[in-house]
Design a protein around this ligand. Structure first.
Ligand code: NAP
Length: 243
């Protein structure tokens, strides 16, 4: 049975990916920071009851917490086939108003959190001589967005990190790719004012926000045997919003 770690799995995209990987028969190591009730609800909704599940509540922006997450995963399941770096936050503000704290929090979670988990799993995956890492970036890491200097920098950084890791680990049979979602309907986008959301949808060729399941589909493909010659790529799943 294969094992996957998903960070930020308590809701939104991470929860949709967890549900999919449960259906596919993966043992899951599910990380979250604070939403214990949502995590319990998620596990109760798993249809495949044959797999193992381990929840690890911790802050992936903390180097030691991330080490503990990876160590616990290996301690319980012995090996890990897939790491999905999904946990992320926004703290939007126009640059003149953006505080140092808003910048540091977003970079700390989205960029350093991804580094932390990749760093701690890297030696273990190298020893295994196989693995798949999927980093969840964002369309705004590719095209930028007013009010998201911190967030877009973090997500562009994740893309650079993905490509560098793909080059370092290709010869070890570890494939590293990024997914750049467009605007997906989750708590993160629920915060966006209605009129702004309507304007966004007008600019999406497919004329709708994405669903968390649209991202789960991309993850399912990238961790499958059908993607065994794909590494260092950024798969855009954005309804055509940015081409
Ligand atoms: P969401 O619904 O707000 O969920 C975020 C998840 O990340 C939650 O499970 C949260 O856990 C977890 N998390 C946040 N900070 C954490 C930390 N320091 N340590 C551990 N877990 C942490 O967000 P989403 O929309 O599903 O987004 C998931 C990923 O997709 C993010 O990386 C986001 O940037 C990216 N993305 C989203 C969109 C979109 O339109 N929604 C578009 C592009 C990219 P708790 O709730 O338990 O704290």
């Amino acid at each position: 049975m294969k094992t996957a770690i998903i960070t930020g799995a308590s809701k939104g995209i991470g929860a949709a990916v967890a549900l999919r990987l449960n259906e596919l028969g993966y043992n899951l190591v599910l990380n979250y920071r604070s939403s214990t009730a949502s995590m319990k609800e998620l596990i109760n909704s798993f249809t495949n009851k044959e797999t193992g599940n381990l929840t690890v509540q911790c802050d992936i922006s903390c180097y030691e917490d991330a080490k503990n997450l990876i160590d616990e995963a290996y301690g319980r399941f012995g090996s890990v086939d897939v790491l999905i770096n999904n946990a992320g936050i926004t703290k939007d503000n126009l640059l003149p108003l953006m505080t140092e704290e808003e910048f540091d929090l977003v970079i700390g979670t989205n960029l350093k959190g991804t580094f932390n988990c990749c760093k701690h799993i890297s030696k273990k995956m190298v020893k295994q001589k196989c693995g798949r890492i999927i980093n969840i970036s964002s369309v705004v890491g590719l095209c930028g967005n007013a009010g998201q200097v911190n967030y877009s920098a973090s997500k562009a950084g994740v893309i650079g990190m993905t490509k560098s890791m793909a080059r370092e680990f290709g010869k070890r049979n570890i494939l590293v790719n990024a997914i750049a979602p467009g605007f997906i309907r989750t708590e993160m986008t629920d915060k966006i004012p209605k009129d702004m959301k309507a304007e966004m949808i007008r600019n999406i060729p497919l004329q709708r926000l994405g669903r968390p399941d649209d991202i789960a589909d991309a993850v399912e493909f990238l961790i499958s045997d059908k993607a065994s010659y794909i590494t260092g790529q950024v798969l855009s799943v954005n309804g055509g919003y940015y081409m």
